[in-house]
Design a protein around this ligand. Structure first.
Ligand SMILES: Nc1nc2c(ncn2[C@@H]2O[C@H](COP(=O)(O)OP(=O)(O)OP(=O)(O)O)[C@@H](O)[C@H]2O)c(=O)[nH]1
Ligand SMILES: [Mg+2]
Length: 659
């Protein structure tokens, strides 16, 4: 039996391949007919890259021993015939483990030593330095050997309290959270800081990335995890134990790390099998489960339907043994369905929108270009028809007229040059305020204000102010884009009137929407600047990591804004260049036709036919373009799987939106 989540992801994967092939056909058609300008080529490449490569990250978060690793095994790895990720009583997973597949990296397990915490480099910086990671190859044909290799994520070693403190695992102020101490005063700490498993597993190959975390409330939690990885996850699964209910530490994880925004959040009440009681009837057990779910929902302040009672262990065993009844008892499928229905259609919708919008825009650009070509052909036909029965002297006059018109037209080059230089200057101004340096400067201001102290109250206020300034930069970019748009509208109108261009300025760009991304970063980070998190701020290296991660996330937002602005402006310039080229070609064609007509009788009809044929070819291209775009739209907007299972649509509502 195919796991539910897997089959849904499979459908999404097939859709992505189908949509990508339609997009590829469109790009190929444009390239073959010399219709692909640089900015459109860039768009096609980026969109196809997104379709084929965009990752989907699901993070499993909970206190230790709630069954995160077991649930990952049951959902994703039951096809391996055994338990893959180590899951056992007590603390098991000691470092964050990322499971994914990148064809460019070797298959295997890579591990980052814990000592790298002493360097200032962030995890994302270290990802680009293979030499600091330890690599263990995985033999795909040997599940036993693989599971043994994966046990590495459990490895710990004993160090002195002093060393533990340096590495962020010991805090005298919070004795309850410190790890146990051995008789000779030693402390157990993880050997690894982060693990990545690169595996060509079918789900991972489709872009799924699974993040397993160690018990999050443990002291020593990597700030990178809570600030960098979790906020970027598309969905987080929070797991509780039915045997323990919501404990104080579960609640603090929920409040500290999951109350912020995320695309989708799921709560699983695991280990319901442990509620089975030989002295109770199945109905009574069921009532207990229902009561537990209600109580969890009440404590977490979420609707009861958003709590999924499951048994990960039972589900894994049932899948390994092909036991349908056991799987039904585990109730895992209802949870998987909710997970896929809440996550995948949204993702597909986003990709579909982006593909269709971009393709339509491209079609619009080309249609304008086709219209311009056809207008020139029509003029030329009119001119040629007017020559019927005319003397060669008349043709000579026409030749002179074309030459004069061409010379007059060339006067536009000075005007175009002036417009281009104004445009380039305005664009440079708009982009200057969005550079990585500018972002870094702003974050430095934050640090100066705090004077390195990072007192929680001051930190929060200064951070909120920083975010407001950054939103100001986006607003400014929006205004500058609008100014560029107005300038182009005015210049195009003049050029159209004086030189017969048919330039149209696209609708102005909207970069204001990216302020939402800043809001998201603000909400994520601000929780770490509150009083309850003050101890994390005091941990060694935290501030530097906080700063670096903040800069890298802000950079992504600002780079996206910059790229959008650049692309929009490139498209505008490409239109001008295209029309200029077309007009020059047209003068040349007209001149050559007249020249031949003058020298040979009968040439006029040949010329007329040629121009007509060219016009027809443009018409054909236009029709073909329309068909290709329609095909893309049809595939991209094909109703998703739930069309086949209408009952499931209701489950979509279950993806939590707590914001
Ligand atoms: N009875 C029962 N036990 C379960 C279930 N799911 C997991 N367990 C057991 O609970 C223990 C902890 O499971 P793990 O998957 O290691 O828990 P974890 O959340 O990954 O824990 P850490 O890695 O330590 O953070 C293991 O012995 C599992 O076999 C379940 O549904 N029912
Ligand atoms: Mg685990």
């Amino acid at each position: 039996m195919m796991p539910t989540f897997a089959s849904h992801l499979d459908a999404l994967g097939q859709w992505r391949v189908a949509t990508d092939s339609k997009l590829a056909a469109l790009a190929r058609f444009a390239r073959e007919h010399d219709l692909l300008d640089d900015s459109s080529a860039e768009w096609f490449e980026a969109m196809r890259h997104r379709l084929s490569g965009e990752k989907l990250m699901v993070a499993f978060v909970a206190e230790f021993s709630r069954g995160k690793s077991e649930l990952i095994n049951a959902i994703f790895f039951s096809d391996k015939g055994r338990r893959m990720m180590p899951a056992s009583a007590g603390r098991t997973t000691m470092c964050p483990v990322e499971l994914g597949y990148d064809a460019e990296d070797p298959v295997g397990l890579t591990l980052l030593p814990i000592e790298t915490r002493l360097q200032a480099a962030s995890l994302s910086e270290l990802r680009t330095q293979p030499q600091v990671w330890t690599m263990i190859e995985l033999d795909l044909s040997n599940p036993e050997g693989m599971a043994a290799a994966l046990a590495e994520v459990m490895r710990t070693r004993l160090v002195s309290k002093e060393e533990a403190r340096k590495l962020g695992f010991w805090d005298d102020e919070r004795p309850d959270d410190n790890p146990p101490v051995t008789a000779d005063d030693q402390v157990e700490i993880p050997v690894w800081r982060h693990a990545r498993i690169n595996l060509p597993h079918p789900l991972l190959k489709r872009g799924l990335v699974v993040l397993d975390t160690p018990g999050l409330n443990a002291i020593g939690t990597e700030p990178e995890l809570t600030l960098g990885l979790l906020p970027q996850a598309h969905a987080t699964v929070f797991i509780l134990g039915a045997d323990t209910g919501v404990t104080k530490s579960d609640l603090s994880i929920w409040r500290d790390h999951l109350s912020g925004p995320a695309l989708a959040r799921y709560v699983a009440l695991n280990k319901i099998d442990s509620l089975a009681d030989p002295l109770s009837t199945p109905e009574q057990v069921q009532q207990t489960i229902t009561r537990q779910c209600e109580s969890v929902a009440q404590t977490l302040e979420i609707p009861t339907e958003h709590v999924f009672p499951i048994s990960a262990r039972q589900a894994l065993a049932a899948r390994l043994n092909g036991d349908a009844q056991g799987l039904a008892n585990s109730r895992l499928e209802a949870f998987e369905t909710a997970l896929s229905e809440g996550l995948l259609p949204k993702r597909r919708e986003n990709l579909a929108h982006a593909s269709v919008d971009g393709a339509r825009q491209f079609q619009g650009q080309l249609n304008r270009r086709f219209a311009e070509m056809r207008r020139l052909y029509a003029d030329q036909l009119l001119e040629l028809r007017g020559l019927r029965g005319k003397s060669s002297g008349k043709v000579q006059l026409m030749l002179q007229r074309v030459q004069a018109e061409a010379a007059e037209f060339e006067q536009c080059t000075a005007r175009l040059a002036a417009m281009r230089s104004v445009h380039a200057r305005m664009l440079k101004d708009a982009l200057a305020e969005l550079s990585a340096d500018r972002v870094r400067q702003e974050v430095d201001v934050l640090q100066q204000v705090l004077g390195g102290s990072w007192l929680p109250l001051g930190a929060k206020k200064a951070f909120v102010e920083l975010c407001a300034r950054l939103r100001g930069l986006i607003e400014q970019a929006q205004q500058r884009s609008e100014e560029i748009h107005s300038m182009l509208v005015a210049s195009f109108a003049k050029l159209n009137a004086e030189f017969g261009f048919s330039l149209v300025a696209d609708v102005p760009l909207d970069v204001r929407k990216y302020a939402d991304d800043l809001n998201l970063i603000e909400r994520n980070y601000v929780q770490y600047l509150g009083l309850s998190q003050a101890f994390r701020l005091a941990q060694p290296g935290f501030q530097e990591q906080f700063r670096r991660m903040l800069i890298s996330r802000l950079r992504v937002v600002f780079e996206t804004v910059s790229n959008d602005i650049e692309l929009w402006n490139k498209t505008a310039s490409a239109q001008v260049d295209g029309q200029l080229r077309e007009r020059r070609r047209n003068f040349k064609r007209r001149y050559e036709s007249l020249d031949r007509i003058q020298s040979a009788s009968g040439e006029l009809d040949v010329r007329l036919q040629e121009v007509q044929a060219q016009d027809e070819r443009v018409l054909q291209l236009q029709t073909r373009l329309g068909t290709l775009v329609d095909e893309l739209v049809k595939v991209a907007e094909l109703p998703a799987v739930e069309a086949e299972h209408p009952g499931l649509t209701a489950m979509k509502a279950i993806s939590l939106d707590l914001t």
